[in-house]
Design a protein around this ligand. Structure first.
Ligand code: ATP
Length: 295
């Protein structure tokens, strides 16, 4: 006779079973076990979200991943924007095709410690429109988290499409409560209203919000170095304070950051001493602080 708990399938280690009862925990499917094993090798999961489209979320996600990788950490960058995967272009990886085995997908290496995965690496023609409903997208996100051979990572950075729909919800459900989020906004009130919804979303899913980033906040003139407030800036910081969530930093409009996105070069590597790179490094500091101190 099997001595495994009828509910969770564990034998010996299930405390309820030792007391002669079943624990009531649902038995894990082989897929769930594989997901747990893959995610168990990743120390920190950070989900980059925004309430509104076009606020620079992918740009921020890429630069967070680059800043962490340049700090010597092992990083994975996952693009779950199924309808508009922009990470391949931002990192000059367009046209690359991921190697796929039966239950295993190899991420695309960007450097010796940054690996990337996006639907853009799986489509034969990346310019083809993807017309998928929620369940298919949810299945793909599961494949990315369960079957991509991320290996041992210090950080997995997940770039979500804007809003609080299927993709961020699936990501949070699969990653679990230990995933933390970063919310990107611009200073305009229209964007700020949507960010409030993203903050409420994280509170509802029970995931910790690492903080809010205000992007395209002012413009630093490359000639005179003076800061100009193109839009009213500081609204993101004010809103973070009002809602009692941390504020991580303000990234200015930087024409070179836009060029880096178009041409696919690593801004923070090419301009390590710029004001924008300094701010990016400040934004990742709380993430680096999450790692145990090594002697
Ligand atoms: N601080 C910045 N300074 C200058 N240009 C920027 C800045 N942040 C982002 N951009 C530019 O704005 C455009 C939109 O950025 P990005 O694609 O990162 O936004 P997104 O929020 O991820 O968009 P989507 O909603 O489509 O996912 C890009 O061309 C990018 O290069």
């Amino acid at each position: 006779m099997s001595d495994a708990c009828k509910s969770c399938g564990k034998s010996g280690s299930c405390s309820s079973q030792k007391e002669g009862k079943d624990c009531g925990e649902k038995a894990k499917s082989p897929e769930d076990l594989k997901l747990a094993e893959n995610l168990g090798r990743i120390k920190n999961k950070i989900v980059v979200m925004s309430g509104k489209g076009g606020v620079g979320k992918s740009t921020v996600a890429v630069n967070i991943a680059l800043a962490l990788a340049l700090a010597g950490k092992k990083v994975g960058l996952l693009d779950v924007d199924v309808h508009g995967p922009s990470i391949p272009r931002l990192l000059s990886l367009s046209g690359q095709q991921a190697h796929i085995e039966k239950d295993y997908i190899e991420p695309i290496p960007w450097s010796k410690n940054l690996w990337v995965m996006s639907l853009g690496f799986l489509l034969p023609d990346p310019n083809e429109a993807v017309i998928w409903r929620g369940p298919v997208k949810m299945g793909l996100i599961r494949q990315f988290l369960q079957n991509v051979a991320w290996g041992e990572l210090d950080f997995l950075i997940v770039d979500c499409p804007p809003g609080t729909g299927d993709e961020p919800l699936t990501v949070m459900q699969l990653l679990g409560k230990e995933a933390k989020s970063v919310i990107v906004t611009t200073p305009q009130m229209l964007a700020i209203d949507d960010v409030r919804r993203s903050i409420t979303f994280c509170k509802r899913t029970g995931n910790q919000l690492l903080g809010v980033v205000e992007n395209m906040s002012g413009f630093v003139c490359p000639d005179c170095g003076k800061r100009h407030e193109i839009f009213k800036s500081g609204a993101g910081e004010q809103m973070a304070m009002d809602m009692g969530v941390p504020f991580l930093g303000r990234i200015p409009v930087d024409p070179e950051l836009a060029r880096a996105g178009d041409e696919g070069f690593a801004y923070i590597k090419v301009y390590p001493d710029s004001e924008t790179s300094k701010i990016m490094r400040e934004i990742v500091q709380p993430m680096l602080d999450m790692l145990p101190v090594t002697a």
